[in-house]
Design a binder for this molecule. Structure first.
Ligand SMILES: Nc1ncnc2c1ncn2[C@@H]1O[C@H](COP(=O)(O)OP(=O)(O)OP(=O)(O)O)[C@@H](O)[C@H]1O
Length: 656
């Protein structure tokens, strides 16, 4: 210290201030060291005594626990929140604090300016540790972000002081049970993410009752029974060494209920739906194989619009065969370049039943054009059950009418359904009990609704209109059942007219497009031919020039000797030796020299003659012409004009 003092004294600093600074540094350092030591001791304690479980947002247990936590009163008392109006877990169930939003929940069904009022939800904020008491243990719960730069990718960490992990198992099982109980009215949809080759949760939809799907008698029951039978026959398949997979191909006209049936089946069987669009951007064999390998064992895997996978066409043109024509091959190549899609048929087949393909899933594929499918794709083993969907039959029309108009509940409920209507979709639906019915629908008796449904069905032509079309008409008239039946014949006529008009427009459009394509092709052909002709001519010229060049040195001595005699003779030499092609190729120079001569001599015909025709030139070189040339040039402006033909020849030779 004395040494420091003696060192600093010449600088004029007070030793008291230095001492105080040093003391502060020492004290600060000690405190920080103590803090760090205590943190690491605590972490060591936690690590050695706490059991810690991690839950990733990508997986179901995270959802179960978030749902379970949202119901815990202690979670509700937490002092730090994020506020959101979005559903925060896969079930779409509210992630709300208890108490705070009950009032909001009561108003859930009210509409404000025609829109459903949004529910505000409170979410536990990130990186905050919450403590919850559960079955005699204190749970420390922290929600963290796995990738700070991305909005997705949260994780949950739960630590508890316990001797074994029984308490955590109980917690997860309880959370799962509660989640499934609350989510039993929903179907979860997952979409394929081709960029990362993974599945993304896309939403949870209300289950659709099977009775709301109207198909020909027996079809729904057959499918449902087949799916149920498959799901409980794992051992049977294993014993026989058959891969535990089943495929269903739903094909037929658009708007006939293919997708709706799959949704409904998923609800009935309690399965989630994993949707792959094979024509989506970036889809490749590898991505598809990874995706297919990652579907859970019990689920519905849906391949939509199977026929569009390889034509890469978004159009569902009925006339198109889907066969890879030359044009479509080019288009496919271009599409491949632009969207990076490299899916091949063999890649698809491998992903469906290769070694890496998942087992236990129900594969559903839909297509509007079964004739376009490769037989390998639709063979048994890949597609075991085929169902054809047609336009609406009278039976379907009657069923869908009954689904739309509920009847007035009778004082004594009628136990027996109308004769021949064992299918629930052919039974009149009673008024919904759960909520007050908001639409002003005149309530008719069951008999009247049945009667109206029959009349409605009679007016609908068999196998001509889509069920989706009928649904659209009924939706427009959902509060007018009687008028709906009275006006249906008129609607059918209108529909036919509209379809006819659309068909004509389409035909015209196609004819126009065809003509445009043909014109474009014709023009292209003409252009190509003209170009080829030009090239051919240029080539010929070039050959002639080369020939001329080769000829020139042989005649050179002649001209040399003539130069000694007169200028005129010198001029005549190139004219005589210039082959016609050279003359033609150097038209411009010839013309320019001619015009020069023209101005100087007023005679050009002879000059042109001298450079345009081989025969003439040769004749002239031999006799008369030569004389004529000499006479013109020599007479008027021989010295000035002398270089012109030479220059012409030179430039032609230079060009050659
Ligand atoms: N058989 C049916 N029973 C009840 N509703 C149906 C039926 N067919 C179609 N619909 C109704 O029509 C609409 C379209 O049906 P859906 O999407 O299931 O048809 P799709 O055959 O899958 O059509 P696409 O081939 O164009 O995908 C849905 O709203 C559905 O309610």
């Amino acid at each position: 210290m004395d040494a420091i003092k003696s060192m600093l004294s010449p600088l004029g600093m007070s030793t008291g201030a230095i001492q105080d600074t040093l003391k502060l540094v020492v004290i600060g350092g000690t405190v920080e060291t103590a803090r760090r030591a205590s943190v690491s001791a605590w972490n060591g304690f936690v690590d050695s005594f706490f059991l810690t479980a991690h839950f990733s947002e990508d997986d179901y247990p995270y959802d179960w626990l978030m749902h379970w936590l949202s119901k815990q009163p202690s979670w509700g008392r937490s002092r730090e929140f994020e506020i959101t109006t979005r559903s925060v877990n896969r079930s779409g169930l509210s992630q709300s604090t208890t108490g705070d939003v009950e009032e909001e929940e009561e108003e859930d069904d009210t509409l404000v300016h025609g829109r459903r009022r949004r529910k505000v939800q409170f979410m536990p904020s990130l990186d905050t540790t919450h403590t919850i008491y559960y079955r005699g243990h204190w749970l420390r719960i922290t929600r963290t972000k796995r990738y700070p730069d991305y909005s997705h990718g949260c994780a949950l960490k739960i630590s508890v002081v316990a001797r074994n992990n029984d308490i955590l198992k109980k917690l997860v099982l309880e959370a799962k049970r509660e989640y499934e109980k609350d989510a039993e009215h929903r179907v979860h949809i997952f979409m394929a993410d081709t960029t990362y080759g993974c599945w993304r949760w896309n939403g949870a939809r209300q289950k659709r009752p099977m009775s709301s799907i109207v198909l020909q008698p027996g079809v729904k029951d057959m499918l449902l029974a087949d799916c149920k039978d498959f799901l409980c026959s794992e051992e049977w398949y294993a014993e026989r060494g058959i891969p535990f997979r089943r495929g269903y191909l739903l094909h037929g006209v658009p708007g006939s209920g293919k997708t709706s049936l799959i949704h409904s089946l998923a609800g009935e069987l309690g399965l989630d739906i994993y949707v792959v669009s094979l024509s989506s951007k970036g889809m490749s064999d590898n991505t598809l194989t990874t995706l297919m390998g990652n579907v859970p064992s019990r689920c519905i895997l849906l391949l939509e619009d199977l026929d569009a996978a390889f034509t890469r066409s978004v159009s569902r043109d009925e006339k198109s065969t889907g066969a890879p024509t030359v044009a479509t091959k080019d288009a496919a190549a271009k599409a491949e370049e632009s969207d990076g899609s490299t899916l091949s048929l063999s890649g698809l087949l491998n992903s469906l039943d290769g070694v890496a393909a998942a087992e236990g899933r129900l594969l559903f594929a839909t297509t509007n054009h079964i004739e376009r499918l490769d037989p390998a794709l639709s063979r048994p083993g890949r597609m075991d059950v085929w169902v054809n969907f047609t336009h609406a039959t009278k039976w379907q029309a009657e069923g869908i009418f009954k689904c739309f108009f509920p009847y007035k509940p009778a004082a004594t409920p009628t136990a027996t359904p109308p004769s021949g209507a064992t299918d629930p979709s052919q039974q009149n639906l009673p008024l919904p009990k759960r909520k007050a019915f908001k639409h002003a629908i005149p309530l008719l008796t069951e008999e009247e609704i049945s009667e109206l449904a029959k009349r409605f069905a009679e007016a609908i032509p068999e196998n001509e209109l889509s069920v989706a079309g009928l649904q659209g008409y009924l939706l427009k008239n959902k509060t007018r059942p009687r008028e709906c039946v009275d006006e249906v014949a008129e609607w059918v006529i209108q529909e036919r007219e509209t379809r006819e008009k659309l068909r004509k427009e389409k035909a015209e459009r196609e004819a126009k497009e065809k003509k445009e394509t043909e014109d474009a092709l014709k023009k292209e052909k003409e252009e190509t031919e003209a170009k080829e002709k030009e090239e051919k001519e240029a080539k010929e010229k070039l050959e002639r020039k080369e020939r001329a060049k080769a000829k020139k040195p042989r005649e050179a001595p002649k001209s040399d000797s003539s130069t000694t005699t007169s200028n005129a003779t010198t001029e005549s030499t190139p004219a005589a030796t210039t082959p016609p092609d050279v003359a033609a190729s150097s038209d411009s120079s010839a013309l320019s020299s001619s015009s020069e001569e023209e101005t100087s001599t007023g005679v050009d015909a002879d000059t042109e003659e001298s450079v345009t025709s081989e025969e003439e030139t040769e004749t002239k070189a031999a006799g008369e012409g030569k004389e004529k040339w000499v006479a013109v040039k020599g007479g008027a402006a021989a010295p000035a004009a002398t270089p012109a033909p030479v220059a012409t020849d030179d430039s032609a030779a230079a060009a050659a």
